[in-house]
Design a protein around this ligand. Structure first.
Ligand code: TRP
Length: 467
């Protein structure tokens, strides 16, 4: 393994845990890009992006989303990776290390701790949805979809949601797969799996787009996605686009910090962050181009929400020739995407536990994954019997909804704000310059955006979502 000659935090700063010596690095720039893209590309791209685009009127919303990625997402991703690499540890201990070096309040660590908490919560329900996707691979492959009516497919979906035992089995399987990869460590697990899964995902997606182009509604879908009609864009749509930029790039809870902590010193943070963001965006747009032609060809409703993938699309698979094959391909793709994202949600927690004396990778994975699995059971139960319904405040919301709301609308924006403020206002400019090694005017541009534009924009989303 080629260790970088001077990894600042490892060489000059007393190790926080016993882990500093045994830490590894990504084997190449490509490995980091694949892993970070694997994290970014997930249910957010294939499931959420198409349906929120549908609900918010298409083109204009997509344009705002693209602007948010460029102006807020990329600068904050660079800051996260930078903090992780400079700190050289898990998000919690990287923040601790940097706070110590720069003589800042140790309370910054609490904010990283909040990120770990958020990772737990997101992973717990992410795994449940990952479980749905996994179960649909079997449903499609066994030919159960073919020839079914809309009602029958709707009944299949509610049948799954109403069966805690089946949900538990699929959730356990999905979490097990995630833990398996994380337990095997950086190179043997994470790197190896993304090197296979990410190109596979890309190919599967292209196959789906290829099929979609034969439906005769490709142009309609393209116009829907790319022809901005600003009369259909609401203020709320703008804010949803901004929030989604965070979710889809995996920002705000330290995932990119964790991945950055394994990044060699000589690799450009700016170039890799831009590459990852572009790939993530391309996948979201491709997913749109795979899904909307099918939706339009079958006269389905683009804004039908979470049901889009699990109810309306299976209906299309039920009717199209080779539907079982395409359906299987699609759900395998969804599982791959969700899997590499779930891995990234578990990694920062495991990295942190591993830094404690006496905790090896396998024990850390079992502990962290086991807790997420338990929390996931609460989501599963809430899909059926809904204990929260007893409280008027939470009327109509399940634990599942609540966890989703709490993380996406509160914890992520708050985390993103923290990262921007910490890097932009509390770290030394010289340190940032050294880490990014960017020529002017690029550094100056990034620095001002990070200090002024990103935090203000994030604060607006945050406040908006609270009220
Ligand atoms: N970005 C992933 C998606 O689009 C989800 C995800 C993985 C995530 N890690 C994250 C979201 C960290 C927020 C924070 O599905």
């Amino acid at each position: 393994m080629t260790q970088p000659s001077s990894h600042y935090a490892v060489d000059d700063v007393p190790a926080v845990g016993a882990s500093a010596a045994k830490r590894g690095f990504w084997s190449s720039r490509m490995a980091f890009i694949l892993a970070a893209t694997g994290s970014a590309v997930g249910l957010g791209n294939i499931w959420k992006f198409p349906y929120i685009t549908g609900e918010n009127g298409g083109g204009a919303f997509v344009l705002v989303y693209l602007l948010c990625i460029a102006i807020i997402g990329i600068p904050i991703m660079m800051a996260e990776v930078l903090i992780g690499r400079r700190g050289g540890h898990s998000p919690i201990n990287s923040m601790r290390t940097l706070a110590r070096i720069f003589k800042l309040s140790p309370r910054w660590v609490w904010l990283a701790g909040m990120g770990v908490f958020a990772s737990f919560v997101i992973l717990s329900f992410y795994s449940v949805i990952g479980g749905w996707a996994t179960s649909y691979v079997l449903t499609a492959a066994s030919g159960q979809l073919s020839g079914q009516s809309a009602d029958a497919i709707g009944a299949m979906f509610s049948g799954l949601l109403g069966d805690p035992v089946r949900l538990l089995i699929w959730h356990s399987l999905f979490m097990g797969l995630t833990m398996l990869v994380v337990a095997r460590g950086l190179r043997g697990g994470l790197e190896r799996s993304v090197t296979i899964l990410m190109p596979a995902l890309f190919i599967l997606l292209l196959i789906m787009v290829g099929y979609a182009s034969t439906t005769g509604h490709f142009g309609e879908a393209a116009r829907f996605l790319f022809q901005p009609d600003f009369s259909r864009l609401t203020t709320q749509g703008v804010l949803i686009a901004l929030g989604h930029a965070f979710f889809t790039l995996s920002l705000g809870i330290g995932v990119m910090m964790a991945y950055g902590s394994y990044l060699q010193q000589d690799i450009s943070i700016a170039r890799t962050s831009v590459t990852v963001s572009v790939l993530d965006t391309v996948v979201a747009l491709l997913a749109g181009m795979a899904i909307f032609p099918i939706v339009f060809a079958n006269g389905l409703e683009p804004g039908s929400g979470p049901g889009l993938i699990f109810q309306t699309l299976p209906l299309a698979f039920a009717q199209m020739p080779w539907g079982s094959v395409f359906g299987t391909v699609f759900f395998v793709l969804l599982v791959f995407a969700a899997w590499t994202s779930a891995i990234s949600l578990l990694e920062p927690i495991v990295e942190w536990l591993e830094e404690m004396d006496g905790m090896n990778r396998v024990t850390s994975t079992l502990l962290a994954g086991g807790l997420c699995w338990l929390l996931g059971i609460a989501s599963i139960l809430s899909l059926n019997a809904c204990p929260l319904a007893m409280f008027p405040l939470f009327e109509g919301k399940t634990i599942f909804d609540l966890l989703d709301y709490l993380t996406a609308n509160v914890l992520l924006p708050l985390g993103g704000l923290t990262v921007a403020v910490f890097a932009g206002w509390f770290l030394k400019r010289a340190t940032l310059e050294e880490e990014l090694a960017l020529p002017q005017p690029w550094f100056g541009l990034w620095y001002s955006v990070l200090r002024y534009i990103s935090p203000v924009a994030v604060a607006i989303v945050f406040v908006y979502n609270l009220f």
